[in-house]
Design a protein around this ligand. Structure first.
Ligand SMILES: *[C@@H]1O[C@H](CO)[C@@H](O)[C@H](O)[C@H]1NC(C)=O
Ligand SMILES: *[C@@H]1O[C@H](CO)[C@@H](O)[C@H](O)[C@H]1NC(C)=O
Length: 311
């Protein structure tokens, strides 16, 4: 073993780490406001294809404004995801997708659903709960209790909401009541709120924040900041879509600086007009730290120890 120095050993271990780490997928949670996703859109092949690509990047995706009274629309999206992932499997890991939907919510002439689509290999639905006080929201939030053994935080609750633009401030404020109910029901404080809260521009001003418990209480962390633009159009520059987590342990489980928008028009080279056939919003997303990476770090230590033995 002459000629080998601790420097070589470190380099070797580092290479192993990088090569091994490259194969590890990160855990991504997304929220996408769809501007009324209905059958007209699924029949438009290109829209369905773009949506499939967007959702296939996420371990869990929360979709809003889904107009799908009999559930057939989401069925075809999930089928499209499974086909797409099957094709991609030749290059990457192939995943299977499943979904959890709310009932049809809102006014009788404008019923919409909340839908969570998730990878069955990385996320497991433990339970779900529709918030019952329907008079507090135009479309009351849907809470889903997830389990994942791929993340450092194993059990967490996602609460999805698309606010009524005319009572945005009140509805965001009431998310605190939803938090308390979820906490009581599942005894888990790892709660993430996500969706189009219309939490910007004319719907929620800086002054309004003083009346919103998710702002006044410092246990809640707003990961999508006020300065972000979650819209596609040039005329608007507003952080409507948000991701908020409760508590230090959830915050610690988040990959630092991973919260942001997914600029799919740019990524997929779509004109703004074409992109707006899918939505006028950009998806927002955040990544959770991977438990596999922790495992990887342990392997790195073992490798280092072994390799130093031989020096
Ligand atoms: C990890 O989660 C997946 C999907 O929920 C499950 O199939 C698998 O058995 C789990 N593995 C362990 C070690 O718990
Ligand atoms: C903030 O929320 C937490 C829940 O984590 C609660 O225990 C605490 O009492 C709240 N603080 C205030 C000032 O309301």
């Amino acid at each position: 073993m002459r000629g080998r120095t601790p420097y070589h050993c470190l380099l070797f271990a580092f290479l192993c780490y990088v090569v091994g780490g490259g194969a590890i997928s990160e855990f991504r949670i997304c929220a996408f406001s769809m501007n009324k996703f209905d059958t007209q859109k699924t029949f438009h092949y290109k829209v369905l294809h773009t949506l499939t690509r967007i959702v296939s990047r996420c371990d869990i995706a929360f979709l809003q404004q889904v107009v799908d009274s009999d559930g057939s629309l989401i069925k075809s999206l999930v089928a499209s995801l499974n086909r797409y992932s099957g094709r991609e499997a030749q290059r990457y890991e192939g995943y299977h997708y499943n979904s959890v939907s709310s009932a049809n919510l809102g006014k009788p002439n404008d019923l919409q659903k909340y839908v969570f689509i998730y990878r069955t290999e990385t996320a497991h639905v433990t339970a779900q709960q529709q918030y019952q006080k329907q008079n507090q929201f135009l479309r009351a939030p849907l809470a889903v209790y997830f389990h994942s053994n791929r993340t450092t935080i194993k059990n967490f609750v996602l609460v999805g909401l698309h606010t009524d633009p005319s009572s945005t401030v009140q509805e965001i404020n009431r998310l605190y009541d939803v938090f308390e109910e979820v906490l009581k029901k599942w005894n888990n404080k790892n709660v993430m709120f996500l969706g189009n809260f219309h939490a910007s521009c004319a719907y929620m001003t800086r002054r309004d924040k003083k009346q919103i418990r998710l702002f006044t209480n410092t246990s809640f962390h707003w990961l999508i900041k006020d300065k972000m633009d979650t819209t596609i159009t040039d005329e608007t520059n507003c952080a409507y879509d948000r991701i908020v987590v409760h508590g230090k342990s959830f915050l610690k489980a988040i990959e630092p600086f991973s919260a942001g928008v997914f600029d799919f028009p740019r990524e997929y080279k779509l004109s703004k007009t074409k992109a707006q056939e899918v939505s006028s919003h950009l998806p927002v997303e955040v990544r959770l730290k991977s438990s596999a990476l922790l495992l990887q770090a342990k392997h790195l230590l073992v490798l280092l120890a072994l390799c130093c033995l031989f020096l």
